[in-house]
Design a binder for this molecule. Structure first.
Ligand SMILES: *Cc1c(COP(=O)(O)O)cnc(C)c1O
Length: 374
């Protein structure tokens, strides 16, 4: 079955009791036992499992080609749960350009739990190899990366991780399974902030982890989901699944618009650099072309004239909204260094663009007028 069809049908069937084509929202926190004490439908208590969560998890597992999915209340909760499968003394290799919240979990929380980590530039898989230690248990990837759109070779890095006896986890939030399926390339776990493209409408927070197989690590992750308790509400699951149904078609437009905007900005005299893997001169273009179906809806630019010039562009846009996040219908622009805080290594003249679903002509015209300096 193709991804477009899976997104609409996996985990989702008309409601057997009412015939409702769109699933009802099961708000009940508790489920009745049969006379013999069993739970005939398999549900006991909503923290442990809920029909809306099951529907979402089945659909996301199918889209990523995994055995199972565990849904969480945010992308951060999903990442944290993966890190909590580690033991004190374990070591993690992660990208130097990962989502700043994920790096913060390693720096501020996992170190107090006794987990060590090394951040490397994953543009070159040799850097991962060089960072391995005897206690490395996890190689965390994010590709394309945030906010520099670095591209890492998933198959190469997963092979390096496996040879060292470590798992390979990929944050696939930016690419989504429509553009990239890390498990097919050898990864063991896929992480999503479903808050972004999967939800697709900037109105729900969520996270997910998809596992290639069910083994001891997966059992521990399920334990963390059920007992750590960072689970999404039934309504959140319903909203995310509603978004997922149109994901494939939204991604086509996000990619087409971003590619048009990247091409325009690459020629613009006020722009010093455009970071978009779809551009032929992007250092990760070849790997991205091989491992992705298209290049995504995110790009970042460096504006000539430093931070002040970048701030001026952000101040002048009218259709792009100055806000963080991505994956909704609306285009967003953001000065990343100011959001990332004191540990940020992001260039001060960098703006990140989350290209939305407005007509690309309007987006181009908006950027064109914002880049006219008088
Ligand atoms: C937003 C984001 C996260 C964190 O997700 P939340 O739902 O905000 O907790 C993690 N990784 C990436 C790549 C993201 O864009």
């Amino acid at each position: 079955m193709k991804l477009e069809t899976m997104a609409i049908h996996m985990g989702q069937t008309p409601d057997p009791t009412t015939g409702a084509v769109i699933p009802p929202i099961h708000l009940s926190t508790t489920f009745e036992r049969a006379e013999d004490g069993s739970f005939p439908q398999g549900y006991i208590y909503t923290r442990l499992g809920n029909p809306n969560r099951t529907m979402l998890e089945e659909c996301l597992a199918a889209l990523e080609g995994g055995a199972e999915c565990a849904a969480f209340s945010s992308g951060q909760a999903a990442a944290m749960s993966v890190f909590q499968t580690l033991r004190p003394g374990d070591h993690v290799v992660a990208p130097d350009d990962a989502y700043h919240g994920v790096t913060r979990l390693l720096r501020e929380l996992m170190t107090t739990w006794g987990v060590e980590y090394t951040l490397v530039d994953m543009n070159d898989p040799a850097n991962v190899q060089a960072a391995l230690r005897p206690n490395t248990r996890l190689v965390w990837m994010e590709t394309p990366s945030n906010p520099l759109l670095k591209v890492a070779d998933i198959a190469a890095v997963a092979a390096i991780a496996h040879a060292a006896g470590a798992l390979c986890a990929v944050d696939n939030t930016w690419a989504t399974p429509i553009l990239q399926r890390p498990l097919d390339l050898g990864a063991d776990l896929v992480i999503h902030a479903t808050t972004k493209y999967l939800g697709g409408h900037s109105d729900v927070l969520g996270g997910a982890v998809i596992g290639r197989e069910v083994g001891p690590v997966w059992e521990r992750l399920r334990f963390l989901q059920a007992n750590g308790g960072a689970v999404p509400s039934p309504f959140d699951c319903w909203l995310i699944l509603r978004g997922v149904r149109t994901l494939a078609y939204r991604m086509r437009a996000h990619c087409a618009h971003a590619s048009q905007i990247a091409g325009f900005l690459a020629q613009h005299p006020q722009i010093e650099a455009v970071h978009y893997p779809g551009l032929p001169d992007h250092p990760g273009h070849g790997v991205a072309a091989r491992q992705m179906r298209d290049f995504g809806g995110m790009l970042s630019i460096q504006v000539r004239g430093g931070e002040a010039a970048a701030m001026r562009v952000a101040a002048r846009v009218k259709i792009f909204t100055r806000a963080t996040s991505l994956g909704g219908a609306e285009s967003l622009i953001e000065h990343r260094a100011s959001v990332e805080g004191p540990h940020s290594t992001t260039p001060a003249n960098l703006l990140r663009l989350a290209v939305g679903l407005e007509h690309p002509d309007d987006l181009l015209a908006d950027l064109e007028q914002a880049l006219v300096f008088d």
